[in-house]
Structures are given as C-alpha cells and as structure tokens.
Design a protein around this ligand. Structure first.
Ligand SMILES: Cc1cc2nc3c(=O)[nH]c(=O)nc-3n(C[C@H](O)[C@H](O)[C@H](O)COP(=O)(O)OP(=O)(O)OC[C@H]3O[C@@H](n4cnc5c(N)ncnc54)[C@H](O)[C@@H]3O)c2cc1C
Ligand SMILES: NC(=O)c1ccc[n+]([C@@H]2O[C@H](COP(=O)([O-])OP(=O)(O)OC[C@H]3O[C@@H](n4cnc5c(N)ncnc54)[C@H](OP(=O)(O)O)[C@@H]3O)[C@@H](O)[C@H]2O)c1
Length: 423
C-alpha cells in the first residue's frame, strides 16, 4: 500500500484521470489480446483491454481486402478454449473469422476500452507498478487516462503500422497511390495499369484480385521470394511442414518442401521469381520472412496476366522507371510493402523488446519479460503462435494471482474508487 501512496504523491498523478487496475492491462484487442483475455478469464484473473480503434480485431475489420481468407487451415487459426464452428470451411473467409472473433469476445465477456490509444508505458521501480498513459478520443472529446497495473501484456501485433518506403519522384507521379491496408477490391481499378510494389502474400493476392477485376497489374519483385503451393498432395503445406519438422532437421524439411513445390509448380525462376538461397522455413525462422502460399497468382504470372518487374528506380508523371532502365506507363500504385510493430514508439523499456519492436528472445522464449511484462503474438508464427503465448501468460499470472488473491482483495477495498476491472 505504501508504494501506491508514493505514486499519489507524484504531481503528475492529478494532471490526468488515473485508474488503478486490479489485474493485468492488455494493450490491443486483436486475436492475441482476445486470446489472452479469454485465458485469463478462465484463470479467474480480472483484466482491462485497451484498444486504439473502435472495434476488436481492427487489422481484420479495417485494414484488409475483401477477398482475404485465412491462408492456414482452420485448425491452426482458432483461438484457445473456443473452436471455430463446425460448418466453417478449411480456410475461413475474413468475414467468418471476424464473426468468430466477435462471438469469442462475447463468450468470454471481453469488453475492451475502445478508442484508447496507448501513448506510453513505463515501469515505475519505486512503486513496482506499470504506468500506462492513453489518449481516448471520440468524435467530439479527447481525454488522457493513466492506467496503473502490476502486469502489462503487449498485444499490439507484428503488423501495427504500415511500411511506406520513400521513392524518388513519387510526389510527381500524379496517379492514385494506396497502401495494401487501404485496398479493398480491384473493382475501382478496372481497366487500369497498376504497379503493385512488393511480392509477399499481400502483393501476390492483390495482383490476383486486380487481374480478376480486369485491371493490368505489374508486380515489383526487387529481390527474391519463396512461392509454395498452399497445398501439397491434398495436405496443407503448412501442416506438412509442421509434420516434417517433427522428424527431420529444418534444412531437410526445406529441401523436401522445395522439391515438392518444383514438382507441383515447376520452375518459378523463369518468370522472374528468384528463390532465396536460404530455404523457406529457415528464412522464416531467421528473418521472419513468410513464404508466399500461392492461391492462383502464379498461374496468372505464367499466363502473362500479371507481369513481373524488377525494383524501382524512380517515379515520374504517369510513369515508373525500373532498375533495368525499362519505363512503364502506369495509372496507380499499390504499396504491398508490409507492416511493422509499433512497440518502440510507446513502450519505454529496453531489455525485453529489441529496436524492431519484437522480443529479443525468439519463440518459444519471447513471451515473458521482467517486472510483470509480457508479449503475445510476436512469434512470427501467426495465430497459432499467439494462442500458445496467450495460454502461457495466463497460466503464469494465474498462478501468482491465485496465491495472492486474499492480499489483492484487501488492496482492492482500500482503493475502491480508483479500481476498475472486468471481473
Ligand atoms: C492481410 C493479412 C492477412 C493475414 N492472414 C493471416 C492468416 O491467415 N493466418 C495467420 O495466422 N496470420 C495471418 N496474418 C497475421 C496477423 O498478424 C494475425 O493473424 C493476427 O491478426 C495477429 O493478431 P494480433 O492480435 O497479434 O495483432 P493485430 O490483429 O494487429 O491486433 C493488434 C491490435 O492492437 C491495437 N493497437 C496497436 N497499437 C495500439 C496502441 N498503441 N494502443 C492501443 N491499441 C493498439 C490495434 O489497433 C489492433 O487492434 C495476416 C496478416 C495480414 C496483414
Ligand atoms: N491470405 C493471408 O492469410 C495473407 C494475405 C496477406 C498477408 N498475409 C500475412 O501478412 C503479413 C504481411 O505480409 P505482406 O505481404 O503485407 O508483407 P511482407 O511479407 O513483409 O512483404 C513485403 C514485400 O514488400 C517488398 N518491399 C518492401 N519495400 C520495398 C521497396 N522499397 N521496393 C520494392 N519492394 C519492397 C518486400 O521485398 P523484400 O523481400 O525484398 O524486402 C516484400 O516483397 C505476412 O505475415 C503475411 O503472411 C497473409
């Protein structure tokens, strides 16, 4: 209790509304935050979820295109403690996934504090609490709230912000330029010459969508890329890779995956898609670079519906000049140049997270830091990695919580007016 009074002494304390949270604060109401909240609920631990958007799963609801489906089979994408409905297809659509997340939040009574963007979080060594500052804005109001908590769970995602590279001359281009996160459908690009920059899963799927809407896409492949079929011999490639990795070293798994891909897809090099020298699983582990799981773009590349072009030198009015000197007339540009974590912009901590906004320790060790700090969903293993983090975190906090419940209850009574929780 003494430590809490020391916090009250701080003159900053009365400058904004201050809320003492009985339990952990979870930053982010995407799949990772929801999974952790559900597991904490199961452990009987109260929590508060802070979300900058006005809805759960804002990446899925607001920043993805219409044709998106999960690219891993549903068994690898469901969150802990509530499976997908049985009638879901093997690869659920974006709408089905969002519906599932909505019912997941409802089922576990997870009610995030929406429009609450975390601006900073730091550990106060004197009090032993985390101080999490948020700006809460609605259309007409803006207020600052500080949450004080013993445990801080970072669930802001690997894809919190768009990567928008700078290109020479882009301001003179004159046509429409959007990032993949703003792209919804190829409908508005019908008949247009579109340059898609980036050949990850987004770039490939958007090029396919553009092609299907009778646009004329060219895709920029500036380096190399692993393209694998989404399925091999009737089994999902991901599932097959997981199975092989149980018995074989990663280099041999990669060799087999590449052999099978070659048998199914043929050589991709002759279409301008050079494979990296490191195998797909090893590259994913080393650099987090996801292989493309092909759902039809490759056929369009082979048939000339999607043109593969090398890196960009500069843009000019209505044109792009490529590194090989070729000039293309283009109407629009879609930047499928990826995403990044935003953790370094708000978390004042240097031991657990590295400068790129990912935990320094790779999976499966990157979920727990010091002083009650946790990370969920930074495993570079998609939704299945997030689920595994969430269960570990809830168990870890649950153990302490159960051991200390009596003391915490006393503390809760003492500072009743300032405490909130969703318990
Ligand atoms: C187009 C696309 C398709 C994908 N498809 C798949 C797939 O099929 N399978 C798969 O396993 N993975 C897929 N992924 C990876 C994807 O990141 C995960 O599926 C999943 O969304 C990760 O959940 P998350 O909760 O960790 O992050 P997010 O879904 O990004 O959620 C993080 C939440 O934190 C909030 N937030 C961020 N900063 C703050 C802040 N400062 N204060 C408050 N709130 C904040 C955000 O608004 C967001 O709601 C895909 C990613 C993209 C971009
Ligand atoms: N259906 C699905 O489930 C689905 C769909 C889309 C995305 N996703 C997931 O979402 C995450 C993000 O995927 P993403 O495709 O958006 O991003 P990404 O995998 O990070 O790919 C970004 C691409 O942009 C290129 N790039 C970056 N800067 C560039 C520049 N200046 N000039 C030219 N090219 C540039 C990169 O090339 P280099 O490789 O040379 O850096 C890379 O090809 C991944 O985990 C992915 O699997 C899933």
């Amino acid at each position: 209790m003494e430590n809490v009074f020391r916090l009250v002494d701080n003159k900053d304390f009365f400058a904004r509304r201050c809320i003492m949270v009985n339990g952990p604060v979870i930053v982010g109401a995407g799949p990772s935050g929801l999974a952790t909240a559900a597991c904490l609920r199961d452990q009987g631990v109260p929590f508060v979820v802070l979300e900058r958007a006005e809805c759960i799963a804002s990446l899925w609801q607001k920043r993805t295109y219409d044709r998106l489906k999960l690219h891993l089979p549903k068994a690898f994408c469901q969150l802990p403690k509530l499976p997908f409905p049985e009638d879901f297809p093997e690869y659920p659509t974006k709408k089905q996934f969002i519906d599932y997340l909505e019912s997941y939040a409802k089922h576990f009574e997870i009610n995030p504090k929406f429009n609450s963007c975390v601006q900073s979080a730091r550990y106060d060594e004197t009090s032993g609490f985390w101080r999490v500052k948020t700006v809460t804005s609605t259309q007409s109001t803006r207020s600052e709230v500080e949450y004080i908590c013993r445990w801080l769970i970072v669930a802001t995602g690997e894809n919190a912000e768009c990567v928008v590279p700078e290109f020479d001359g882009l301001s003179d281009f004159g046509g429409k330029v959007v990032h993949a996160c703003e792209y919804k459908s190829g409908e508005s690009f019908r008949g247009k010459k579109v340059l898609v920059v980036g050949c990850g899963n987004s770039g490939m799927e958007l090029s396919l969508d553009l092609c299907n809407h009778n646009a004329l896409p060219s895709i920029v492949v500036r380096s190399s890329v692993h393209v694998l079929p989404r399925e091999m011999f009737g089994k999902s490639t991901f599932e097959l890779a997981v199975l092989l990795l149980k018995w074989l070293p990663i280099w041999l798994t990669d060799k087999l995956l590449l052999l099978f891909s070659w048998l199914i897809l043929g050589s991709i090099e002759k279409y301008g898609l050079n494979r990296p020298s490191v195998g797909p699983m090893e590259l994913k582990n080393m650099e987090g670079k996801t292989p493309v799981l092909d759902i039809g773009a490759l056929d369009k590349i082979k048939s000339g519906g999607i043109k593969v072009v090398p890196g960009i030198k500069r843009f000019s009015s209505g044109q792009v000049e490529l590194v090989n000197g070729e000039r293309l007339d283009i109407d629009s540009v879609v930047l499928a140049t990826g995403y990044r974590s935003n953790v370094p912009s708000w978390l004042q901590e240097g031991d657990f997270f590295s400068k790129n906004g990912f935990p320094k320790q790779p999976f499966p060790h990157g979920w727990k830091g010091n002083a009650g700090l946790y990370a969920v969903g930074f495993t570079r293993r998609g939704l299945s990695g997030a689920s595994s983090d969430a269960m570990r975190i809830a168990q870890d906090i649950g153990k302490v919580w159960k051991g200390e419940t009596k003391q915490i209850k006393k503390r809760t009574t003492a500072c009743h007016r300032r405490c909130i929780s969703q318990f």
